[in-house]
Design a protein around this ligand. Structure first.
Ligand code: HAM
Length: 425
């Protein structure tokens, strides 16, 4: 039997990959403009990094980690998310000493052993940012604005931004007590796992995947988070900043984030038409994580978006994303296979100018070569034969516009590099 990609994983190729690359390109460009520098961290990490950050009672740690012992007996995981790795790298490279406040962007695969379904994969891909070293509410605004701007740039405009505040650690202790008191009479209605989460980390009941637990936990429509004056003021400033930045939000929804490190601002961006897995991006502030991972006490905030979900939202929302890609590049057809050497020289000159240029290497008939050029989505085609070489001219056909023109062979490279460079990828 032929091999297949594992459940919950996908191959990327063809038009799917083209759209994927366009997302990565937009993320890098917009993040750079907003002052974020790229960071790349390994896919494997010490398991303890996530136990200490994401939290032992979270679903990610309890059920979803790809965790194994390596030959040396080290407890290793395929990273389930990027935040903990980025903070580890920040501390490992002493950025807290050399730079203090840093804004970082990352893209890459993450792994969670979840039950695969539409929009939920085992190897999925995130782009995200982490701004580490400041507690200013303006940094929350900076991060949230970038999150929304990237989606807008990608044509995903039918979105809702939910924001809330989970308060500081003291607030969370008070909130946990209040939630426990409220849930105590209904404790036996909760699933087995939530029974044990009840004492260890009652907030995890709020995002249990069991609908009955969630219904019990969210019976009261009020936010379970009680805020002190400082956290209320911080949240007010975030909202005020978002209004000034022209970012629309909904602060009336109550929702829970499934990772333990959050304090104060949390947010999720939901896109229309994605069904149950409609969170395209999510994030928040994590003012204790740097310290919990062995560094100084520094505030930080970030978000991550799932690229697969972003692409699904693009498909739902924009006809442009579904259309055929624009024609691009040049195809040199050979009238005789013996001209392969001359042809390849020309192709090389074009490539050196940044023009996507291709030719046939299999001695196909002229008709078959033209069919191939069309299938490859090339924009311009020319046929090189003995006559062209003798006369020093060549005829260029534009497959998009249907036009054709004859020009000097010696002028072809310059002409093409002007015409096609912008459209090539
Ligand atoms: P998260 O909510 O676990 O947060 O994931 C962020 C996004 O990754 C989700 O909104 C979703 O689009 C995507 N995602 C998560 N799991 C899957 C999956 N199994 N299949 C497909 N897409 C998925 C975090 O990961 C935090 N590190 C975000 C953050 C950054 N908070 C602060 N900084």
């Amino acid at each position: 039997m032929a091999f297949q990609a594992l459940r919950g994983t996908t191959d990327l190729l063809g038009d799917g990959l083209r759209r994927w690359s366009a997302v990565e390109h937009a993320v890098r460009r917009l993040a750079r403009v907003a002052g974020y520098r790229e960071v790349r961290t390994p896919v494997i990490e010490d398991a303890a990094l996530f136990l200490r950050s994401v939290g032992e009672t979270s679903d990610i740690i309890q059920k979803e980690m790809f965790r194994f012992e390596d030959r040396g007996g080290h407890d290793i995981v395929l990273r389930p998310e990027g935040t903990a790795s980025v903070v580890r790298a920040y501390l490992e490279h002493n950025l807290h000493k050399t730079e203090g406040f840093v804004k970082l962007v990352y893209l890459g695969p993450m792994f969670r052993a979840e039950r695969p379904q539409a929009g939920r994969f085992r190897q999925f891909h995130q782009y995200g940012v982490e701004a580490i070293g400041s507690s200013s509410p303006w940094v929350d605004v900076d991060v949230i604005t970038l999150c929304v701007t990237i989606l807008q740039e990608l044509g995903i405009t039918d979105v809702t931004l939910w924001i809330a505040s989970m308060g500081c650690r003291d607030d969370q202790r008070r909130s946990a007590e209040a939630l426990r008191a409220r849930l105590a009479p209904e404790r036996d209605k909760l699933c087995k796992e939530c029974q044990s989460r009840f004492d260890k980390n009652v907030f995890r009941v709020l995002d249990c995947k069991n609908p009955a637990c969630r219904a019990t936990a969210w019976k009261s429509k009020a936010s379970p988070f009680l805020l002190c004056d400082a956290c209320t003021a911080h949240f007010d400033q975030v909202r005020q900043g978002l209004r000034q930045a022209g970012v629309a939000f909904d602060d009336t929804q109550v929702f829970a984030r499934g990772l333990d490190y959050y304090t104060r601002t949390v947010f999720e961006v939901r896109a229309a038409g994605l069904g149950a897995q409609d969170a395209v991006a999510a994030g928040g502030r994590y003012d204790h994580l740097v310290e919990d991972l062995g560094g100084p006490s520094l505030g930080a905030v970030g978000f991550a978006a799932g690229i697969e979900r972003v692409l699904m939202a693009q498909e739902k929302g924009s006809a442009a994303a579904n259309g055929a890609p624009p024609r691009a590049g040049f195809y040199l057809a050979l009238a005789q296979p013996a001209l392969a050497g001359e042809g390849f020289k020309l192709i090389q000159q074009l490539r050196a100018k940044g023009v996507t240029a291709q030719m046939d290497y299999d001695g196909k008939s002229l008709k078959a070569q033209l069919r191939e050029a069309d299938k490859m989505g090339c924009r311009l085609v020319a046929v090189l034969g003995e006559n062209e070489i003798k006369q020093g001219t060549i005829t260029l056909k534009d497959l998009e516009q249907g036009a054709q023109e004859t020009l000097q062979l010696s002028a072809l490279v310059d002409r093409m590099s002007q015409q096609l460079k912008a459209a090539c990828h």
